[in-house]
Design a protein around this ligand. Structure first.
Ligand code: NAP
Length: 284
């Protein structure tokens, strides 16, 4: 039977540590600010943005919300990013993805100052992550690493399989596992013998976006199973990529959805924003 990795508890700990440091900085007159930009009316994006604002309150940051209409042009959004890049009160800039189709996401990501890029999506930060010399870690993969650490399982030398190769989850996830000396395989929609590859994993990270994608035959007995997926099941309930109930007895450790990776992503965003403020103020 698997042990549940409690993302809520781990994220609460991360946020409490961020709060402690933020309070110390406040005593030195340093206020920390996160700008959160949302374009359009996507309900899921609205939920994420609200959660991020709530987390800012919890850790003592000021959040600045910019809610722009669906028809916002790329030029208008670039102008806002430029303004935030030059705003001293803003330590971190987060533009909630996805953006409406008239806006090229890469243009926006590339326009955010790398030292305010708390999502770590800018190519400069991606490059830093690749060579293992980074200030910011992408929030979701960094959160997953914290959850793996929580199990006490050492990544070094383990077979690690990541399902998914997106720029925001799969690829950086694989890189972080590699930095911890895992032997990493990245799977995607063209992978052959996916189930067999997964079944060899000591650590399996699913970032596919398909409910009940990972079934017990894809899991090695006792494996660490991390579910990044956020999907809706047939009843509209939030669920992950792993068939949780079916896999529970076989996995050694497993993350629930909700209450696993999701809360960690937000906690790591707070940590990155704190890091941005410390770098700006030359605080180690
Ligand atoms: P994405 O950009 O859609 O990438 C999905 C990946 O899954 C792609 O690499 C795709 O392969 C692969 N895939 C799709 N079907 C597959 C199949 N049948 N077999 C093997 N691989 C398959 O999604 P994402 O942005 O990485 O997000 C993945 C999931 O994580 C989503 O549910 C998302 O909502 C969730 N998410 C959660 C958090 C959080 O905080 N918990 C944060 C971010 C994302 P190809 O590249 O070949 O198409």
């Amino acid at each position: 039977m698997a042990q549940i990795i409690d993302g809520k508890a781990v994220s609460a700990r991360v946020k409490a540590n961020v709060r402690k440091e933020a309070d110390e900085l406040k005593k030195q007159g340093i206020e920390i600010g996160l700008a959160v930009v949302i374009v359009g009316n996507d309900p899921a994006s609205r939920v994420y943005v609200n959660n991020k604002k709530k987390a800012c309150e919890e850790v003592g940051f000021t959040s600045y919300e910019y809610a722009l209409p669906e028809e916002t042009t790329e030029k208008e959004l670039l102008e806002l990013v430029d303004k935030l890049n030059n705003d001293d009160k803003v330590n971190g800039i987060l533009v909630q993805l996805p953006l409406p189709k008239q806006i090229n996401e890469n243009s926006i990501i590339n326009a955010i100052r790398p030292d305010k890029d708390v999502d770590a999506f800018h190519p400069a930060n991606v490059g830093h992550i690749m060579i293992g010399d980074f200030s910011f870690l992408p929030c979701t993969p960094a959160g997953v690493m914290e959850l793996i650490a929580e199990t006490g399982v050492d990544v070094c030398g383990k077979n690690c399989v990541v399902i998914g190769r997106s720029n925001i989850v799969g690829k950086p996830m694989a890189m972080l596992l590699l930095h911890k000396h895992g032997t990493v395989t990245i799977c995607h929609s063209r992978t052959k013998d996916l189930a067999e590859i997964c079944a060899r994993a000591d650590i399996l990270v699913a970032a596919v976006g398909k409910a009940k994608f990972v079934t017990p035959d894809m899991i090695k007995e006792g494996a660490v199973v991390i579910d990044v997926g956020m999907n809706r099941n047939e009843n509209g309930k939030l669920c992950g990529d792993v068939d949780y109930d079916a896999c529970f007895d076989k996995a050694g450790y497993i993350t629930p959805v909700p209450g696993g990776v999701g809360p960690m992503t937000i906690a790591m965003l707070m940590k990155n924003t704190l890091t941005a403020a410390k770098i700006k103020n030359n605080i180690k």
